[in-house]
Write a protein that binds this ligand. Structure first.
Ligand code: SF4
Length: 368
């Protein structure tokens, strides 16, 4: 579920968001969610639910409660094993924490990014480190079972010692999961504009690698296992929902710009709130674009996604799902990547070596 509202755009973000200006924006969003869910009748029995954005926590507590009530009219939640909601630290109030708990949310993903004030400023985030600590306390006190914190590294001006100090503060937080991302410079973001104007310098690839290794080492020492290239969990706290994506399994996206993949067909909703809503009001599905994945493409993408996980790829499972054998050329490339010690065999699975993890995007490009 994509809730598109944000207070303003963070410097690195290129997501489809909407700045929340009036209560009529919220009314259209809630009505649109109901209309979109009605397309699926009462047949939805998901294993996981994930409300992301944008920032769902921008919704006022009463609107958030109403949003969950509308989900319950269509979705049979008895099958749900994990229910995640994204939140920004400054939005977590006692009222919202109670609404989350009463709705049955099991996991909250906090957009922390850093606990260093200067790094937060570079990223255009509005919260303070104190607000992060307060948010974690409120969520724990409310009984939320699992808390994730997002972290961004390789920010301009962030030396290894600044990152190291930041990691110490992350590790001190009583959380269960860390998603750690190398900063990227997407087109048409404020960050990219500043770079083009020469007002900031991105880190060199070698410095980014030093940062990646530091993140990996410090989190591993603190008991967070890297079960995916960017994701670290304490035992029992891996994200079931995100594993669905990495296993290239089926998912249904609802809301502006939400992406779905069912069978081998993938589609994306209209990103603009008004277009998405008016399409639904006309009784139509708000699909902006769709593609059917040929079996060969499905194999390539599935391979690249599953390789991101520490378990790696089970070739026989991939062939079964694609209903075709892996072609000779791709097998040859796998062998070559093994000779280069970027891939390795672990029983029936193929996975990245530690060096392969550092070059994962290149390895994936070879195999897609
Ligand atoms: S809060 Fe999240 S979705 Fe909203 S602008 Fe910032 S990074 Fe993007």
């Amino acid at each position: 579920m994509h809730s598109p509202f944000c207070r303003r755009r963070c410097s690195y973000c290129d997501f489809a968001i909407a700045i929340l200006r009036s209560s009529s924006d919220v009314d259209r969003f809630l009505d649109g969610i109901s209309l979109e869910l009605e397309h699926f009748g009462d047949s939805l029995r998901p294993r996981t639910l994930y409300v992301g954005g944008g920032t769902p926590s921008r919704l006022a507590p009463a609107d958030l409660r109403e949003f969950f009530a509308r989900l319950d009219r269509t979705i049979d939640r008895r099958s749900v094993l994990e229910f995640t909601v994204e939140a920004n630290p400054e939005d977590v109030t006692p009222d919202r924490a109670v609404v989350l708990r009463e709705a049955g949310v099991t996991r909250v993903s906090l957009g922390v990014q850093s606990l260093d004030p200067e790094t937060l400023r570079q990223l255009g985030r509005r919260h303070t480190p104190e607000q992060v600590r307060h948010a974690v306390t409120l969520l724990r006190d409310a009984g939320i079972r699992s808390i994730n914190v997002d972290l961004i590294f390789a920010v301009p001006g962030q030396t290894p010692s600044i990152l190291d100090a930041d990691l110490t503060k992350f590790i001190e937080l009583p959380t269960h999961h860390v998603s750690a991302y190398n900063l990227t410079y997407e087109d048409r973001t404020p960050l990219r504009s500043l770079e083009l104007l020469g007002r900031l310098t991105r880190q060199e690839p070698d410095s980014e690698l030093v940062a990646f290794r530091l993140v990996h080492e410090r989190l591993a020492e603190a008991g967070f296992a890297a079960y995916e290239i960017s994701n670290y969990a304490k035992p029992g706290h891996q994200s079931l929902h995100n594993l669905t994506y990495w296993n290239n399994e089926e998912y249904l996206g609802v809301g502006p710009s939400a992406v779905s993949c069912v069978g081998h067909v993938r589609w994306r909703n209209e990103p603009d709130l008004d277009v998405w809503f008016s399409t639904l009001r006309q009784g139509l599905r708000p699909v902006a674009d769709a593609e059917s994945l040929a079996p060969d493409r499905f194999i390539g993408e599935s391979f690249a996604l599953a390789l991101r996980t520490s378990r790696g790829v089970l070739l026989s499972r991939l062939e079964r799902r694609a209903r075709m054998p892996i072609d000779r050329e791709r097998l040859d490339r796998i062998v070559r990547l093994m000779e280069l010690r970027l891939l390795e065999r672990e029983g029936p699975r193929i996975r990245l070596t530690p060096r392969g993890r550092e070059l994962a995007d290149c390895v994936a490009a070879e195999l897609i």
